[in-house]
Design a binder for this molecule. Structure first.
Ligand code: GLV
Length: 346
């Protein structure tokens, strides 16, 4: 993107680096060795190594006087943090989604926000397709049946599921990950429909053979619906009771985007009542889900713990990009992937 390399209101280079002192940064999760060593060579990193997400008090303390923060989707980064820690100049999120960061507040306070698009496309599309297969062919239910001693004989009517060849895949969100799922669906001989707010995929991302349609038509005609939109005010509960009511009773819903894109109560009702056949979820409205949540007891719902990008190669690539964003932000360079680039143009 054209424009000055430095963001408005930011100093020409980190004063700390100029004076030979390493700038301080806070990191809310241990990173893979390679990218972490690279970060440590240029900055002094305070890392949360405890159980669960970094507590608010730790975050405030670690960010006090720090130039940058490397956060994960488990962290809430709001205006209050930047007000309490005014030295922060960059928040580098270890994710493509930035719904955990109040980007508008960061922009107002001239704090750059980085994310990690592109490097996680294949891994996330693979996991989405793993859930498509697992939910359509009832893999977890079938495995449980074996454990419960229900495999008594080969039975022509046992554990029947949905055949993907010839079925219709409906993709909500026609960005990089959505279109990577489309390519996988086409390879499984599925017909592919897609919907996006803009009515078309971004330039260079579209896939031949994918038909862009209205949301209602996608919901009515699809045997599998897979969600790939970012979470924001316009996509919260995009799939609710009304949308689920349009789906076929034999349909499967897969969500590897963000839990709040689906109204989870409505989804529970639809699955429990047989309104739709099955769901595969990598994300839920409130993570981590309580193990006693009734959704987890439904035999036709598979829930996995937000592992869309969880391959060794992808998590390492994400950490490399997040470190690049962080280092660029603290040294006044342009972030390789910035979600509020308007700061450079101000
Ligand atoms: C993970 O959910 C991401 O947004 O990268």
């Amino acid at each position: 993107m054209a424009g000055p390399r430095r963001a408005a209101g930011q100093p020409p280079a980190a004063a700390a680096e100029r004076s030979g002192e390493r700038a301080r940064v806070a990191v809310t999760r241990a990173l893979p060795d390679g990218p972490f060593r690279r970060l440590e060579g240029r900055a002094h990193a305070e890392v949360w190594r405890g159980e669960g997400p970094a507590p608010t008090a730790w975050l405030r303390e670690a960010c006090a006087g720090a130039a940058g923060l490397l956060a994960t989707p488990a962290d809430r980064v709001g205006d209050d943090l930047v007000v309490a820690c005014p030295t922060l100049r960059v928040v580098s999120n270890l994710a493509v989604g930035t719904d955990n960061v109040d980007v508008a507040a960061m922009t107002r306070r001239k704090v750059l926000v980085g994310n990690t698009p592109g490097v996680l496309t294949a891994a996330t599309a693979d996991l989405a397709f793993a859930l498509v297969l697992a939910a359509s062919r009832r893999l977890i239910e079938a495995r449980d049946a074996v454990l419960d001693g229900l495999w008594t004989a080969w039975d022509p009517a046992f554990m029947l599921g949905l055949e993907l060849a010839g079925a219709t895949m409906g993709i909500i969100g026609a960005g990089r990950i959505g279109m990577a799922v489309a390519r996988r669906a086409l390879a499984f001989d599925m017909r592919v429909l897609a919907w996006s707010r803009r009515g078309r995929p971004p330039a260079g991302v579209g896939v031949d053979g994918v038909e862009m349609v209205a949301m209602d038509r996608l919901l009515r005609e699809s045997d599998v619906v897979s969600i790939h939109v970012a979470l924001d005010a316009s996509s919260a509960h995009l799939v609710g009771a009304a949308e689920l009511a349009l789906m076929k009773p034999t349909a499967v819903l897969v969500n590897t985007a963000r839990g709040a894109v689906v109204d989870q109560e409505a989804l529970f009702e639809a699955l429990a009542s047989g309104r739709i056949a099955a769901a595969g979820l990598d994300v839920v409205e409130h993570e981590p889900i309580d193990p006693s949540d009734p959704l987890l007891r439904l035999p036709n719902c598979i829930v996995v713990p937000h592992i869309g990008s969880a391959t060794v190669a992808t998590r390492t690539a994400m950490a490399e990009l997040a470190v690049d964003n962080l280092l660029a932000g603290i040294t006044g360079e342009r972030l390789p992937s910035c979600v509020n680039p308007e700061l450079y143009d101000a």
